[in-house]
Design a protein around this ligand. Structure first.
Ligand SMILES: [Zn+2]
Length: 518
């Protein structure tokens, strides 16, 4: 087994872990870098030679730092298959299209206003490219082992003896018609680069084209991780070896999602460390949010909730509905959801409600009395509101999207309150505001910040340091090697030390671009 860490290895974004296992090359996640410019610039670097001719990409979940670079990879490399859970595929469609749209808009604005440093600003990828990418994602049912190249699950009998028999297993289950079409398309447009990896493994691509005599050699299994609708950990098995990649892990008591499912066995483990050095506050974030909104509207101000459109917006809506039902907030308090993507995602949360821990009635009622703002003109009018209101708008770290117009309008006025309800990656506008910035640059101009700014970390969708340790304790035997990724350096190293000291496991924090044969 060989692993190369091509992202999320010295930062919390850009998850891309290349795993060579059982003669196959699989990329776990294909995330976009976010935050500091030095990281964002990596998005513009063409894929490494190692990423050409991949057998598969497996997505853990639909957040852009895990799937947002897929259209770029597709443009250059065309991996044979892309897999994700059904809900992740649905959410990825919403997120990737929005991402492409935002980039096209930003490029247009930069060109119009002339604030790009480049002669002509270009989007990282277009809506058309995002659409083509989405068409390539194949859904894998969680909780079942699948042969990597087949769409159908591995039969239970084969699965029970997976570790012992996988090398000799020669037959892949017959793919479904749509999967066959995807595979054919994948084989047709796969171009193998003459990079070192392609030379080292010439048989992988040819065997697939010849009918896949080596198919079924690697199994993939998704395990619900609680972090976001559809989010899963990924297990790869081949030749008696098991690699587990945690993806992003959720909390034991999330508002919407059940806790992450435990995994008991791994020879090699890759674990995230977003909150590797922090504990979530014990306070109830809903209560705190209720108090903030109450006092802000009593003083004639409005509350702006920059929010991720997917997951966080639905959690905030749930809390606001509960606060209204409990009488903490006036029933008539205007709530605006200014994010067409959040409205779309809310519909997906409804259609996948069996994956949630909330009862159906509450999910149905998420938008009761909420005004969903659809057009940009309506959104612009909202910035000039003359009465107290609650505005939920994306993006959650105020890095782009409609929330920027609201920030421009509300930040200079001390009556208002801006509440960030999720993780703010270092270098983002949200992180600067939370750290107490007195001015913030938006669309090339400096905006003074006089409104109150609060960070409610209790709404986080990430396991904290103790919840990460609890998930790790679910393994019955220590993995031979554990890698800590997806964290700011201090978070990753703190979790590494805890794993070493409290569990006694072999553990390391890999550097960006490093390769291991654990
Ligand atoms: Zn995530």
């Amino acid at each position: 087994m060989r692993i190369t860490f091509l992202g999320a290895a010295d930062t919390v974004t850009g998850s891309r872990h290349l795993v060579e296992i059982g003669g196959r090359r699989v990329l776990l996640d294909c995330g976009m870098f976010q935050g500091f410019k030095v990281f964002r610039e990596r998005n513009w670097t063409p894929p490494e030679p190692a990423l050409h001719g991949l057998d598969a990409v497996v997505l853990s979940h639909a957040h852009l730092d895990h799937c947002g670079w897929l259209p770029v990879l597709m443009r250059h490399c065309a991996p044979a298959s892309v897999y994700a859970s059904p809900a992740t595929r649905d959410l990825a469609e919403v997120l990737l299209l929005d991402s492409a749209h935002l980039q096209e808009e930003d490029a247009r604005r930069a060109n119009r206003l002339g604030y790009s440093r480049h002669a002509k600003a270009l989007p990282l990828y277009t809506t058309a490219e995002a659409r083509r990418t989405i068409g390539r994602i194949r859904a894998l049912e969680p909780g079942v082992a699948h042969a990597l190249d087949g769409a159908a699950p591995v039969p239970a009998r084969a699965r029970a003896h997976a570790a012992a028999t996988v090398r000799g297993q020669a037959t892949a289950p017959a793919p479904s018609p749509s999967a066959a079409a995807t595979t054919a398309a994948g084989a047709a447009d796969t171009t193998r680069a003459a990079g070192p990896w392609a030379e080292a493994e010439p048989a992988a691509g040819t065997s697939r084209r010849r009918g896949g005599s080596r198919q079924g050699g690697v199994q993939v299994e998704l395990t619900p991780a609680g972090h976001l609708l559809g989010a899963c950990s990924v297990t790869l098995r081949a030749g008696g070896e098991t690699l587990v990649y945690s993806g992003d892990l959720g909390r034991s008591a999330d508002l919407l999602m059940p806790p992450p499912r435990r995994i008991t066995r791994a020879d090699v483990l890759i674990i995230e460390s977003t909150y590797g050095n922090r504990r979530h506050p014990a306070e109830d974030p809903a209560e705190r949010l209720g108090a903030i909104i109450r006092s802000t509207i009593d003083h004639g101000g409005s509350v702006l909730l920059p929010s991720f459109a997917v997951g966080r917006a639905q959690a905030l809506l749930l809390v606001l509905q509960r606060l209204k039902a409990a009488g903490t907030l006036p029933r008539g308090l205007p709530i605006f959801l200014d994010s067409p993507m959040a409205a779309q995602a809310t519909a997906l949360y409804r259609s996948h409600r069996d994956l949630l821990r909330v009862d159906g009635g509450e999910i149905e009622g998420l938008l009761d009395g909420v005004r969903v703002v659809t057009t940009p003109a309506e959104s612009a009018r909202l910035s000039r509101l003359r009465y107290p209101a609650v505005i939920i708008s994306a993006s959650g770290m105020a890095t782009g999207g409609r929330v920027l117009h609201h920030l421009k309008a509300l930040a200079p006025d001390a009556r208002h309150h801006i509440v960030f309800a999720g993780f703010q990656v270092a270098g983002s506008r949200g992180a600067r505001l939370v750290a107490g910035a007195t001015e913030v640059k938006i669309h090339g101009e400096y905006v003074p910040v006089r409104a109150a700014v609060t960070h409610l970390e209790g709404f986080s969708g990430h396991a904290d340091r103790d919840e990460l340790m609890a998930w790790l304790r679910g393994f019955r035997t220590p993995p031979r090697q554990t890698f800590v990724v997806h964290g700011d350096p201090e978070a990753s190293d703190t979790l590494r030390m805890r794993i070493q000291d409290e569990l006694g496991w072999a553990v390391r924090v890999p550097a960006h671009g490093s390769t291991f044969e654990p």
